[in-house]
Ligand binder design. Structure first.
Ligand code: VG1
Ligand code: CO
Length: 540
């Protein structure tokens, strides 16, 4: 008989989930007493007590440092709170899209994902805990706010301190508890996705096993085309963010010209970067637009049809051009995958993407890195053209949205907040509209200046302060927002989007094309002066 105890604790005030769960340094979870326990209890407290004895929770993570400790705590706290059943990946490993898929398949009440996604791992890196609801999607703000409220008042938590599970053993483990039904934990190897010559680069990430199974074993790509596919606690020291900076070695390999298609994923397998031969880069905003324009090449959509399209606000308008041509509805949501869930559940949305290397569809409720890559492979197979040819054709047909994102990481928080606040004040001055800004031989006139707010068309909930937008008369946009996934200081993101339909200009270098707008953005915001930062950490 396993003992249940109640432990007195002190609430924390900083357990507010961000864009995608609670992310902090590993040391914050390790060194602060009951820090992880408090947050896990706060999550489980949102499951109605009356539901718990019939409830199943799915648990999985990206294998990063501290994940196994966190899973043992989840097992102990879930059992003590009367949750009846847990389904966990073998050794705790499950990608974010796989957790979403399994929640839906087995009709679980929700799931807990242990990941800080694209943030570095290891003892000095980040850890994260995210709650997903029964639809399989990230908990919407109504629920994350509730978790935060509970965490701020938490005085005690329930735990079975002696309960230990063997994470490596496939199959069922059952425990007798004095006041509840027997508690069961089932471990699986999860390779299931909903899906049916290339180079894939997984970093030592959770997506590795999926790539080996699907891309190598089933699609027949040679084993040596899948690199770094064994999950490691510190991602082998890599930064698990699939972009041109952090996946530089994949870019280098692709530049060699030996491979036709390259892909990289992030820590938890929900992001993807697509490269063509010689390292031809597909911007994620373009990627979702290309998939939309070639939607009939994708078997899943042949079956389900296509309901609507969506992108996050900072994502370029490339998808809008396709939506218009296909006469499909396009939704513009705030940053973060949780805003797509309601639209999908309501049957209004089939395909969506974010500029931050996230692409996905309504087959699950998370972005899905491998799905996006398979979608691209389906398009390549149908069109029998290279990635570069497909992209260039696309720009010829629809025009091109030049896009870039500047990330300033670990900026002093006060300085970053002040910069945003001052900019907002300047933008809200009535004289700002109609103002002209020039750089080089370009002049742009402000048409709209606001702080993006979103009203969910399904449940009417309102999300404010989602990013400062300066929209010019020609449709070009400058966007500033603060990241909600960082763990130290503040990360400022600057996004630039500008449409060009002149066929003479569409093949130019985005950094050259967008230089005047970048210059204007830095001047208007006084970012350099106010943060002391002369250059961004990452440019995409
Ligand atoms: C970032 C991205 C956002 C993405 C989120 C989670 O958020 O901008 O588009 O949904 O990360 O991705 P922020 O608040 O830092 O800009 V993942 O793969 O880290 O869960
Ligand atoms: Co991720």
């Amino acid at each position: 008989m396993v003992k249940i105890t109640t432990v007195k604790t002190k609430p924390y005030t900083d357990q507010k989930p961000g864009t995608s769960g609670l992310r902090k340094r590993v040391t914050v979870f390790q060194q602060n007493q009951h820090y992880a326990e408090n947050f896990i209890q706060s999550i489980i407290s949102v499951v109605e007590p009356a539901e718990r004895q019939a409830a199943t929770l799915v648990v999985g993570g990206d294998g990063r440092f501290f994940m196994k400790d966190a899973i043992q705590l989840i097992v102990q706290i879930a059992a003590a709170n009367g949750i009846n059943h847990l389904v966990i990946g073998q050794n705790g490993i499950m990608s974010t899209p796989a957790v979403s898929c399994v929640i839906r398949k087995i009709k679980a009440v929700g799931g807990i994902i242990l990941t800080a996604s694209h943030n570095p791992g290891g003892p000095n890196g980040d850890f994260g805990i995210k709650y997903n609801i029964s639809s399989g999607g990230p908990a919407p703000e109504g629920i994350t706010n509730k978790i935060f409220e509970i965490s701020k008042g938490l005085q005690e938590y329930h735990i079975c301190p002696e309960l230990k599970v063997d994470l490596s053993k496939i199959g069922k483990q059952t425990f007798e508890l004095c006041i509840f039904k027997a508690f069961t934990v089932i471990f699986y190897i999860f390779l299931a996705t909903e899906l049916p010559l290339l180079m894939t680069h997984c970093l030592p990430l959770v997506v590795g096993p999926y790539v080996k199974k699907i891309v190598c074993e089933e699609l027949g790509s040679p084993a040596n085309s899948a690199v770094s596919c064994v999950p490691q606690e510190d991602f082998g020291g890599h930064h698990p963010d699939p972009n041109l900076t952090y996946a530089a070695d994949l870019v280098k390999t692709m530049k060699g010209g030996e491979y036709d298609f390259g892909a990289a994923f992030d820590g938890d397998g929900d992001r993807n970067m697509v490269l063509g031969k010689h390292g031809f880069f597909v911007n994620p905003s373009d990627s979702v637009a290309v998939i939309a324009a070639n939607i009939t090449s994708i078997p899943y959509f042949q079956k389900t049809g296509v309901k609507g399209l969506a992108r996050s606000m900072p994502t370029s308008g490339a998808l809008d051009n396709v939506a218009k041509a296909l006469q499909m509805h396009l939704y513009e949501t705030p940053t973060g995958w949780k805003f797509f869930g309601n639209l999908m559940d309501a049957g209004k949305l089939s395909l969506c993407g974010e500029e931050s290397f996230g692409t996905g569809s309504d087959h699950i409720r998370e972005k899905d890195g491998l799905w996006a890559v398979l979608a691209w492979l389906s398009i390549l197979a149908t069109r029998k053209q290279s990635v570069e040819e497909i992209m260039k054709d696309h720009w010829q047909k629809y025009g091109r949205n030049f896009f870039t994102r500047y990330d300033y990481e670990e900026v002093d928080s006060d300085a970053a907040n002040k910069m945003i606040k001052d900019l907002e004040t300047a933008m809200f001055d009535p004289s700002f509209i109609g103002k002209k800004f020039s750089s080089g031989d370009k002049t742009y006139e402000v048409a709209v200046a606001d702080n993006f707010a979103y009203t969910d068309p399904v449940d009417g909930s309102v999300s404010k302060n989602q990013g400062l937008r300066i929209i010019f008369a020609d449709g070009s946009r400058i966007i500033f927002r603060l990241s909600g996934t960082g763990s130290a200081g503040a990360t400022i993101r600057l996004y630039i989007d500008s449409y060009e339909k002149d066929p003479q200009k569409i093949y130019q270098d985005p950094q050259v094309m967008l230089a005047p707008l970048v210059d204007i953005a830095l001047k208007v915001s006084q970012l350099r002066e106010k943060t002391g930062r002369t250059a961004p950490t990452v440019i995409t």
